[in-house]
Design a protein around this ligand. Sequence first.
Ligand code: 26W
Length: 812
Amino acid sequence: MLNIDKETFKSDYIQKFIEIHGKDLEEGTDYNKYEALASLIRDYVAKMWIDTNKRYKENKSKQVYYFSMEFLLGRLLGSNLLNLGINDLCREGLNELGIDLTKLEYLEEDQGLGNGGLGRLAACFLDSMASLGISGHGCGIRYKHGFFNQKIINFSQVEVPDDWLKRGNLWEIKKSDKARIVKFGGEVKVEYIDGNLKFHHVNYEKVQAVPYDMPIVGYKNNVVNTLRLWSAEPLSNEFDFSSFNRGDFKKAMEYKDSVEAISQVLYPDDSFYEGKLLRLKQEYFFVSAGIQSIIHHFKSTGGNIKELDEKIAIHMNDTHPTLAVPELMRILVDEEGIGWDNAWRMTNNIMSYTNHTILAEALEKWPVDMFKKLLPRIFMIIQEIDRRFCEGLRNKYPGQWDKINKMQIINGGFVKMANLAIVGSHSVNGVAKLHTEILKKQEMSDFYYCYPNKFNNKTNGITHRRWLMIANPQLTELLKKTIGDSFITHPTDMINFQKFAKDSGVQEELKRIKNRNKKKLADYIYKVQGIRVDEESMFDVQVKRLHAYKRQTLNCIRIMDLYNRLLDNPNLDIVPRTFIFAGKSAPGYYLAKDIITLINTVANKINNDNRVNKKIKVVFMENYRVSLAETIIPAADLSEQISTTTKEASGTSNMKFMMNGAVTIATLDGANVEIRDEVGDDNIVIFGLTEREVLNYYKNGGYNSQKLINNDDRIKKIINSLIDGTYSKDTNKFKSIYQNLVTYNDEFFVIKDFYSYLEAQKKVDDLYRNTSRWQEMCAVNIAHSGIFSSDRTIKEYATGIWGSKCMYENLQ
Ligand code: 26W
């Protein structure tokens, strides 16, 4: 914890301001003031950072490296102030200087280097590792452009590039002296020396990987870990200067552009794999640079390479970093001269892998021809891994060719990344109990029966520091007042709040807090979208990536149905609701984009219809991102977690909502199941097909959406309104959605679950009308949310997978 007093802070701040801006504080813009504050905080952090690294070196503690293509950090000023323990002090100090800290915090650009769940999970994990005193660091890519900004124009999504670095990033430090070379293309020459094969990679193209380090501050524990993000930069001596001098700029520029392209932009695909060469380049680029730098650091701090697997652990966040397996083998075998068997044993001990989705279209597989050309030596190593693996399989399963083919790493002209990740790791985990069971029994069953001990579950979590303490300070205060502050370092202590669930004073306070958060959101909605919403209405929220399996369509068609019913019967007795949506679609995912257009079109119609707009309003909030989530989630009454059962691996917004005292309406999918187990059936509203039913339909058929629609006038009316001009004169506009539900037999059972969903929504209305009962439910949800802190998850990873220790006893 940083030890400074307010006066010192104030004078440091003024000094810093003058130093970086060369003018007086009074002359500065708000952004100047933000810059001075962030720079000062970075200075404060710097010493702790150095000390932490010294301690790690002295204690020879095992280092964990979390490899991820994505880190969705959001804003950092607030979380750094909180974790340093100087939030209040800074707020007061700045106040005395006439500066509003909150205003400065809002000026920070979100660091949006991730798509959704997987990237945000990585960010929560970094926060928890540092806060638990685990020597765990992130390794990823410093994309020049993060996830695109979403604008809604004419009711539809338009993508605008994210230029988050335009004013610089005050949290990073460029470490040019730690740059590494990553090799692409070329050929491999084989030599036979003293009875051993030697491999020489020649004629390759060199790409320079330059690290930018960011401090990851632990909560009041003097720990600062590192997030190292790699940027691709051309090497000046790789330019063909002779051609440059001859005026052939083109060639030189081509090299420069092709290198810079590697870290230019984050792929905006979520759960959808495209076999793009540039993506494969990105994957090898950061993994190779990361592993090289780990080995270099290990050796330069006196480590013996033969003990590498006792001293480091590398975690692969989904299959995107799987080339870490052959890259580590390459370095151990080709560069360190370690024999294959030993290198393989060590690699296996070091690597672990998390699967985040069972969707078939998300499985990465690279065409062999493309792979071989880009990474010739890595390809050879994978071939050798595969050869040995299949030899083992043939002994174990003689004659079972189907099984062996399915498990093979290189098969059917593709390199299958999940197979490589499983074979190369000592641990494979799913992200919620149900998801892990599905992996074991269905998607990865062959591997599970082959290596039952590798498979384990680690239910996801969220950092309660950002998602409760920063996002909802008033609720945090209420918890401190009622149960003390032990929950901050021991989040499962939140269970003590259960005692207050029926306390009318606490219930009233909970309602007051929610109302304040709702007012804040309502003001924001009015400010940015010009829509006035009723703060007294129930805020019914679905915010997440747009995806057919997440079923924003189900939510939307029940709103269309409600609209029909209100028009039929203006006195219909319902709880007034504001339906809030937000989320981005992948730019090439046309169905998801059409769903956004539909929601906005329905919103426009309903919001402008005076017959109904006192009772219901629909808002699609533009540009969903971490900072917006921090405003929306604490204001939600109802959390929509309505994916088709079996499809959502875990979900993590479900945990964020619960922690902020929203009630969940959910299918028994992903971590919803565990939330239900925690809070009990009385404190969550469950609907829809079960896992068994869904899997049975997928396996044996028997579902016919057309029949259901044709036999039901109410459903028929809604579905037809997609194409009969009710919502758009252009009757083709929502045809893709219509066809999806009708012609293509509704892959995600929207129609099948429709009535069950309506019934559940009716139950929500009834519960909400009973204010005391509703507040009790909110309190129970808050009390049980502690187990979904990522501190719990990370402890499980540390003890169950990485074999690393928490440094601080009080956090055990
Ligand atoms: C290569 C294309 C691609 C891109 C992203 C494939 C797969 C992904 C991610 C794994 C998708 C993702 O973010 N999955 C989400 O991970 C969360 C964290 O574990 C879970 O909570 C979500 O349920 C899961 O959808």
